[in-house]
Design a protein around this ligand. Structure first.
Ligand code: PMP
Length: 296
């Protein structure tokens, strides 16, 4: 997400926008967070799949063993108040510690919610060139090394290594592999889909993959469209031989992939149909119960 931070909202007053230098989360990457999209929408501003994001935040905190005072209703009230009055926006609730105790024993630390908002340009002004990807030499963290289902700030050093190396080599982004199976896992901040013989496929969660909320939405939208949509093991060869490839994520939405290293993919009908279904699902009318209105 580029551009200036538009607003900042926290439960405990901070000195300006500052997180203390000694914050354990800043020093050791121990914060957990979510990325949620707000859309201006045909029925007014709303957040997409808010409770699903907040339940994943609660799971991330539990998986990392961090101590906080929030339940789902408390998180929801905080985030809705932070997002009040905003339409097209990226919302970043961060459960971070402001305690300045160093060390990696998290038991004595209290975590508090701080939410930042970034404005998002409308869809029509964003570049639509298909992405050029490379398979990264940096594999995802192993499920034996880290709870990969948790969105923790520290694990994004791995994504940053993979993305930065790919961009330095002239690509837009990287595909990362599962460290044990060597199969396709995900993008650096996105999930990966392929279409082969009309069937929509994405790597299963048995590999080192974040359970993306856009991924789940796309699987459901594909089935609504009458397509077969499957989760399963995906090899590099299957990715290479696919008819269509695309990435999914809250900030990126659906991004068509034009090539992965030497393999090229055509613009295809399945991506177009899913992108249109996703546009309707996010901007309304709300047919799935996925939109939570934000206060004016
Ligand atoms: N994988 C990774 C590593 C991510 O950071 C993200 C972004 N949250 C995703 C996948 C996509 O998840 P979602 O659709 O929930 O944004």
């Amino acid at each position: 997400m580029t551009g200036a931070l538009a607003a900042f909202h926290e439960d405990r007053p901070l000195p300006g926008d500052a997180i203390p230098f000694g914050s354990n989360s800043l020093q050791h990457g121990t914060a957990v967070f979510e990325g949620i999209r707000g859309y201006a929408g045909v029925d007014g501003p709303a957040l997409f799949r808010l409770d699903d994001h907040l339940n994943r935040l609660l799971d991330s905190a539990r998986l990392l063993g961090v101590d906080h005072d929030y339940d789902l209703a408390g998180l929801r009230a905080h985030v809705l108040s932070a997002a009040a009055g905003h339409g097209d926006v990226y919302v970043r609730p961060l459960l971070t510690t402001l305690d300045t105790a160093l060390g990696v024993d998290l038991r004595a630390l209290r975590f508090t919610l701080v939410t930042g908002l970034w404005p998002v340009p409308g869809r029509d002004v964003r570049p639509s060139r298909p992405a050029r990807l490379t398979v990264s030499p940096w594999r995802r963290p192993s499920t034996a090394s880290f709870p990969v289902r948790a969105k923790a700030t520290g694990s994004y050093a791995n994504s940053a290594l993979a993305r930065t190396a790919a961009v330095r080599a002239g690509f837009d982004d990287a595909v990362q592999l599962d460290p044990v199976s060597g199969r396709v896992a995900e993008g650096t901040v996105t999930n990966v889909f392929l279409v082969a013989g009309g069937v929509v496929r994405t790597p299963w969660l048995a590999d080192s993959v974040l359970a993306g909320i856009t991924r789940d939405s796309v699987l459901r939208l594909a089935r609504d469209l009458g397509l077969t949509a499957e989760e399963g093991p995906v090899t590099e060869a299957e990715l290479r031989d696919a008819d269509e490839v695309f990435l999914t994520g809250t900030a990126s939405e659906l991004v068509r992939v034009g090539r992965v290293d030497g393999a090229e993919y055509r613009a295809g009908p399945v991506f177009d149909a899913l992108a249109e279904a996703f546009r309707r699902a996010t901007t309304g009318p709300d047919e799935h119960g996925w939109l939570t209105p934000v206060p004016a």
